[in-house]
Design a protein around this ligand. Structure first.
Ligand SMILES: O=C(O)c1ccc(O)c(O)c1
Ligand SMILES: [Mg+2]
Length: 626
């Protein structure tokens, strides 16, 4: 299967776009005419540059407002087309996209449009050019791929075919199964884009909010299955109009685009095995079983506040690494590593970001399979030296500067604690923490789509709807992702003044800002931690008055919540209780939660009050803000 991407999808100069597209692994590009016009190269130079990058021009587009015009506009449209055919010959491409007309004087009529296309097809045939007709979903008379297909069918010319674009079909809620009835050899080209479901004008939605397949809410896989079922074997091409991507880093946007296409083709072949999808084999996504460990990078002189916090949370030193200065802190089923090694990856992470999470160890059904899948999807392997007797744990680079390690219970990897560590004693019960509930990763807002694509393509994962969290100094967007036993909240900061934004600034880049542990009895856990001197984040009295009224809570219960600084929430499935520590100097903090019943969220309604409380600890009463 050939992969392609439209030049509009990527930021930068024409040369920067080409380099990024080549490095990401695409086979071809669609030349968007605007990008060509804005460049200073001749058409022949552009054609040569594309080929020098090992790429092919899969499509020239768009040619607008062609069909259904009355004279003299009609003749002018044909003359205009001839000029573009000249240009295409110099570029070295044979396929042009004609999008359905939005011209105020365009006349309707399927046969009139078909006659225009047959005549254009004749001219194109003489010049070895093929014409693809695409229905824009806001086209004046043609805005449905079924009507565009009927025009192509009636034009009945071998040089005139159909172009499909998932946005125009799915954005208009047209049934993609209608595509299955079109002969595959009459489909000349296929463009793919996803988009978040937002009620708005179709044209505006399309020009500003498209995103990569899998990043939005449209069923692009269902659309692609219908396309593949026709026998279509041309390129699958990304055509993504997105304000954020236009301002993004070309290399990252291209990488995400390629990842999204490969993951999409993989989904298609797994959902409908009878389809022939030309893509190298690689392992299927699997759920994460659990977070096996979280490692902090620190140094001997800097580790104190972190270790004090862990001890107050009921953790105890329960072992040490055989060859490195890495301590294992344990309680219940939780393993935390404190790495103070004066060299290697953790050390450079500490030098760059300060004390913070550097690695996340995930237990999966098959670590090698998960690793191979990650590489097939363009993830970067993390290579770290290890001593001869130590485990070689497969690792990939994850969000921010974090490394994701993949473990399984097959063979030696399942014995990591016995092989790599000297263990002191059985894991202490501590304060009753049973496991990691979730990790909160903070990042710049425009990195969120990228990292959600990373997790959702690597593992079998679900995205919750994005929620807005109000910080006193700005808005933070929060996207929760669950892949089996791995729950992650991605928090995107738009300004530096939000708590999340300050953390990014302090730690020089995105990282885990908080770690949430699960307790089966949060009141007992809170009492035990209080006895150990846990630095509870104090929640204001106004909050408890409101939460009691809002949920009709028993005043005795509210009094217990208040006494332990526990916040409360409910959803249709159950109840949620949560409390927090104050933050370490860099901004990292802990959260303890208890889920009752099938509560599925993360206490989003409480987040504004938690953030306000955290800011109060940073900015004592009466002090003007910096
Ligand atoms: O927004 C547009 O005008 C436009 C142009 C060409 C396309 O292929 C398309 O899908 C949209
Ligand atoms: Mg299109």
């Amino acid at each position: 299967m050939k992969t392609s991407i439209a030049t509009v999808s990527i930021s930068g100069s024409f040369t920067e776009k080409l380099t990024a597209i080549q490095q990401a692994g695409f086979d071809g590009i669609e030349i968007f005419e605007q990008d060509f016009l804005a460049s200073d190269f001749t058409p022949a130079e552009v054609g040569r540059m594309v080929r020098d990058h090992g790429l092919e021009i899969t499509l020239f587009q768009p040619f607008r407002d062609f069909e259904g015009l009355p004279e003299p506009l009609r003749s002018r449209a044909f003359a205009r087309a001839q000029r573009k055919f000249d240009l295409m010959a110099e570029l070295g491409t044979d396929l042009v996209l004609v999008c359905s007309s939005t011209h105020p004087e365009a006349l309707g009529g399927i046969d009139r449009a078909a006659a225009d296309f047959r005549e254009l097809g004749e001219i194109a045939a003489e010049r070895g050019i093929r014409i693809g007709y695409e229905a824009l979903c806001w086209g004046r008379h043609v805005n449905d791929h079924r009507d565009a297909w009927e025009i192509v069918r009636r034009a009945d010319h071998p040089n005139v075919g159909l172009i499909l674009d998932s946005f125009h079909t799915l954005g208009r809620k047209l049934d993609p199964d209608s595509i299955r009835r079109i002969p595959g050899d009459r489909i000349f080209f296929v463009q793919l884009a996803d988009a978040p479901l937002i009620e708005m004008d179709l044209l505006y939605w399309s020009r500003h909010f498209r995103n990569m397949p899998g990043e939005g809410d449209l069923d692009v896989a269902d659309f692609t299955r219908a396309v593949m079922a026709t026998g279509y074997d041309g390129p699958l091409s990304l055509e993504i109009f997105n304000d954020q991507f236009r301002a993004g880093l070309p290399r990252l946007v291209a990488r995400d685009g390629h990842r999204s296409l490969v993951a999409l083709m993989d989904r298609v072949r797994r959902a409908e095995p009878s389809l022939s999808v030309d893509l190298p084999a690689f392992p299927a996504p699997a759920p994460v079983e659990r977070v096996e460990f979280v490692e902090f990078a620190t140094s001997v002189e800097d580790a104190g506040p972190l270790e004090t916090l862990l001890a107050a949370a009921g953790f105890e030193k329960a072992g040490r690494h055989l060859s490195k200065q890495v301590a294992l802190w344990r309680q219940g089923g939780v393993n935390l590593l404190v790495n103070a090694e004066p060299g290697g990856y953790a050390h450079s992470a500490w030098v760059t970001h300060g004390t913070g999470v550097s690695e996340i160890g995930l237990m999966v059904p098959d670590a090698r399979a998960a690793f191979d899948r990650a590489l097939a999807l363009g993830a970067e392997p993390h290579v770290a030296p290890h001593a001869a007797q130590e485990l070689d744990i497969p690792g990939i680079r994850g969000a921010g500067s974090n490394v994701i390690r993949l473990l399984d219970r097959q063979g030696e990897l399942g014995r990591i604690w016995e092989v790599d560590f000297a263990l002191d004693a059985p894991a202490p019960p501590g304060a009753g923490l049973a496991g990691v509930d979730h990790l909160g990763q903070t990042m710049a807002y425009d990195e969120m789509l990228s990292w959600s694509l990373f997790y959702t393509t690597l593992f079998t994962a679900q995205k919750a709807p994005m929620v807005d969290v109000v910080d006193p100094d700005g808005l933070v967007r929060s996207q929760a992702i669950q892949a089996g036993g791995l729950r992650i909240t991605l928090n995107g900061a738009e300004t530096r003044r939000t708590l999340a934004g300050q953390f990014l600034h302090e730690t020089f880049g995105s990282s885990v800002q908080h770690l949430a542990f699960a307790s089966d009895d949060i009141f007992a856990t809170a009492a035990e931690m209080a006895a150990r001197g846990f630095p509870f984040l104090r929640i204001g009295a106004n909050y408890y008055d409101d939460v009691e009224a809002r949920f009709g809570l028993d005043p005795d219960f509210t009094a217990r919540l208040r006494a332990h600084h526990i916040m409360y929430d409910e959803d249709a499935g159950g109840q949620f209780l949560q409390f927090y520590s104050t933050a370490l100097p860099g901004g990292f903090f802990l959260e303890i939660v208890q889920r009752r019943g099938d509560y599925a969220g993360y206490g989003a309604p409480n987040a504004p009050f938690r953030i306000a409380a955290q800011k109060r600890t940073l900015r004592p009463k009466g002090m003007p803000k910096a």
